[in-house]
Design a protein around this ligand. Structure first.
Ligand SMILES: NC(=O)c1ccc[n+]([C@@H]2O[C@H](COP(=O)([O-])OP(=O)(O)OC[C@H]3O[C@@H](n4cnc5c(N)ncnc54)[C@H](O)[C@@H]3O)[C@@H](O)[C@H]2O)c1
Length: 343
């Protein structure tokens, strides 16, 4: 809530023609000018932002202007806070170094994970898909103070290897990897599973499943003292979720790969998990038709009656990277407000 104060340098009170109110939000100065005949102006840092001229009276004009200002304050807060790391007292992951793959923008699940790992004191290396994506990822990498930021398109031969080589040279070890990428060609994703082409199937499985297997392979020699590997899955791997289609098949394979790799690398102290978040409005999700309906259903049905955020996913994943979770492996952990237990 903004705290509005009467501007003492202007006439105020019932008799005054125009009243001015001021609220301060961070570095911004918001000014509301309200006239008794129902006209109102909102100015932010001297710039005209909104005007109301059809209110019944002064009171209604002020109410409308306040509403617009509150909306501004809300977006302003989210805009600025999206680059802020969560406040965490204990640096439980101090000394750990990890790779986060899959940050496209500040809505990405990978960004939620990166923020949480960093807030707990870990150092993170990040990748970006290509030059077009770089400008969105760069400010986020800066906020994370990431010492390594490299391009990674898993379809480009040699790029995955180059990322791990650079990590090996710079850090000589790796404690965790977050694999948070998936892809399916539109006609494969949006069609029936029974109709999927060989090429659509292969591309979906390749990017969404095999790349995790390969990253585990490349990480293994760097995790000499153990470590943890994470990949993002979804409930559509277990149940038929409308419109999830071939991606459900890929996620089922991914969760299965997690179990096999957990068994194979467990003796070396490397733990492997699939994280299964509830639906989140990200860029990848925008490729799924009727996604809003999925969000509404998740909110209505989940025991928590709330949608999850990327920060919820991030802190839960970071917890699993902590030594306290050393005997937990091979899991598919649902971060979905309990949605998956309800019929
Ligand atoms: N959003 C959801 O509702 C939801 C729910 C459960 C699981 N997931 C999973 O979470 C993961 C992250 O997705 P998100 O929702 O954060 O969306 P997002 O669009 O922010 O992230 C997807 C990432 O995949 C990357 N990617 C795609 N093709 C690539 C390639 N060839 N090489 C390298 N990177 C590539 C993109 O660059 C992007 O960074 C995906 O595995 C997704 O299936 C998402």
């Amino acid at each position: 809530m903004l705290d509005w104060k009467t501007n003492s340098s202007l006439a105020a009170g019932k008799g005054a023609t125009v009243q001015q109110f001021v609220a301060i939000l961070g570095d911004d100065r918001l000014e509301a000018e309200i006239a008794p005949w129902g006209e109102g102006h909102l100015r932010i840092n001297g710039r005209d932002i909104a005007r109301i001229d059809d209110a019944k009276n002064r009171r209604q004009a002020f109410r409308e202007i306040k509403k617009i200002a509150e909306r501004y304050a809300e977006t302003h807060m989210t805009k600025n806070s999206s680059l802020t790391l969560p406040a965490v007292k204990a640096k439980l992951l101090e000394g750990k170094k990890g790779l986060i793959v899959g940050i496209a923008n500040e809505n990405s699940i990978a960004w939620g994970c990166a923020k949480a790992f960093r807030a707990f004191g870990a150092e993170v290396a990040v990748t970006y898909l290509n030059d077009k994506a770089k400008k969105y990822v760069e400010p986020l990498a800066r906020a994370l103070e990431a010492p390594i930021m490299l391009p990674l398109d898993v379809n480009e031969p040699g790029q995955m290897e180059a990322v791990f080589e650079r990590i090996s040279k710079e850090w000589g070890k790796l404690d965790f990897v977050v694999h948070s990428i998936a892809f399916s060609p539109k006609d494969a994703l949006q069609g029936r599973v029974v109709d999927v082409s060989r090429d659509g199937f292969a591309k979906t499985m390749d990017v969404s499943c095999w790349t995790f297997i390969r990253m585990a392979h490349l990480a293994e020699p760097l995790m000499r003292k153990g470590g943890s590997l994470f990949t993002m899955s979804y409930y559509g791997s277990q149940m038929v979720v409308k419109n999830y289609n071939i991606m459900g098949v890929a996620k089922a394979a991914l969760e299965c790969a997690v179990r096999y790799i957990a068994a194979e690398l467990g003796p070396k102290g490397i733990r492997v998990h699939a994280i299964s978040p509830g639906p989140l409005a990200t860029r990848a999700a925008s490729g799924i038709p009727e996604f809003d309906a999925l969000l509404d259903k998740a909110k209505a049905k989940a025991p928590s009656r709330s949608l999850v955020s990327i920060d919820d996913v991030g802190v839960a994943t970071a917890f699993l990277a902590h030594d306290a979770a050393r005997l937990i492996t091979g899991e598919t952990l649902y971060i979905d407000g309990g949605y998956h237990i309800i019929d």
